[in-house]
Design a binder for this molecule. Structure first.
Ligand code: HSE
Length: 309
């Protein structure tokens, strides 16, 4: 049995505009790494946190990676524990699924140390326990794509159905992260609990149209459907310059543009040939509002978290 393993889990774009809390996709360019090392004590310790957010809690119960692995050690009644070293590649409070990626990388690394490794659906449940520590709610639209990879639809919470959706090969995702922090909790608390029936109908049509466009490779249908009429109008006020950033992306040929997860990162889907121009327009949009940003472009390959060492 292995004594030590390191796993990488990619960042993710939650919601993908039209699937609040149920749809997300991985973003390969950035992610978190966790090393799990077997220890004789039946406990989970966090040895170090390095990278973009070193100030995260080191007590296992208060840390997404720690809680995810602690729940594994307890529920599987392991006769050993784990020491975790977390390397954060995803900025804190960015809307890029950083808390989910740490939890996912941790369970994938820990899984490699088990006498009988678990399948991804069982790992998903342990990672969810970790994610709940950070966001105060159970949602899987970051965990599932980070673990499974690609564009992922999750139906159900207790026994989730996880479905990877094919994405046309020419599609790229552009991510622009303005240098500010938004708390997921705060961005959830501002949401209205009731929605106009007409918006429910519109959003349902957009979700169905978007998924159908992905399955059939119909970029025009994706373009017409990739619009969030429920959540984005409520959250965009939290992101300075959002409308200008979105307008810049759409003017330059984006298939759609919206908030990544709870924000403040903004994502756009585009064809490969347009991605760099769209990225530049989005960065300029934030700059016009006094915000510097980081930007990345990624494919949507269905590659999820994996053991890398
Ligand atoms: N679906 C969640 C939200 C993602 O938008 O609040 C948070 O990362």
């Amino acid at each position: 049995m292995r004594e030590v393993a390191t796993a990488f889990a990619p960042a993710s774009v939650g919601n993908v505009a039209v699937g609040f809390d149920v749809l997300g996709h991985s973003f390969q360019t950035i992610g978190d790494r966790v090393t799990a090392r077997r220890i004789p004590e039946r406990e989970v310790r966090i040895a170090a946190i390095t990278g973009t957010s070193e100030e995260l809690p080191k007590e296992a119960e208060r840390n997404t990676a720690g809680m995810a692995v602690l729940s594994m050690v307890r529920e599987l009644e392991l006769d050993f524990g784990m020491e975790l070293t977390i390397e954060k590649g995803i900025p804190l409070g960015s809307g890029l699924g950083g808390s989910a990626a740490s939890a996912v990388a941790a369970v994938v690394a820990a899984n490699a140390l088990l006498p009988e490794p678990l399948d991804k659906l069982r790992l998903l449940k342990f990672a969810m326990k970790g994610e709940a520590v950070a966001s105060g709610s159970v949602h899987v639209d970051n965990i599932a794509p980070s673990l499974f990879g690609g564009l992922v639809l999750t139906v159900g919470i207790d026994n989730p159905n996880v479905k990877q959706i094919p994405v046309p090969a020419s599609v790229r995702c552009v991510l622009v992260h303005p240098h500010m922090v938004l708390s997921t909790r705060a961005a959830r608390e501002i949401l209205n609990r009731s929605i106009d029936l007409s918006n429910v109908i519109w959003q349902s049509a957009n979700l169905a149209g978007f998924l159908t466009g992905c399955f059939t490779g119909d970029l025009q249908l994706i373009r017409e459907s990739l619009e969030d009429v429920v959540i984005e109008p409520q959250r965009k006020v939290l992101i300075p310059g959002f409308q200008d950033v979105k307008d810049g992306a759409m003017r330059n040929g984006a298939l759609g543009c919206s908030i990544s997860g709870a924000g403040p990162t903004v994502f756009a889907w585009s064809e490969d040939k347009d991605a760099a121009r769209i990225r530049d327009a989005m960065v300029a949009g934030f700059k016009a509002h006094g915000l510097e940003s980081d930007a990345w472009i990624s494919t949507l390959d269905p590659e999820g978290a994996r053991v890398i060492d």
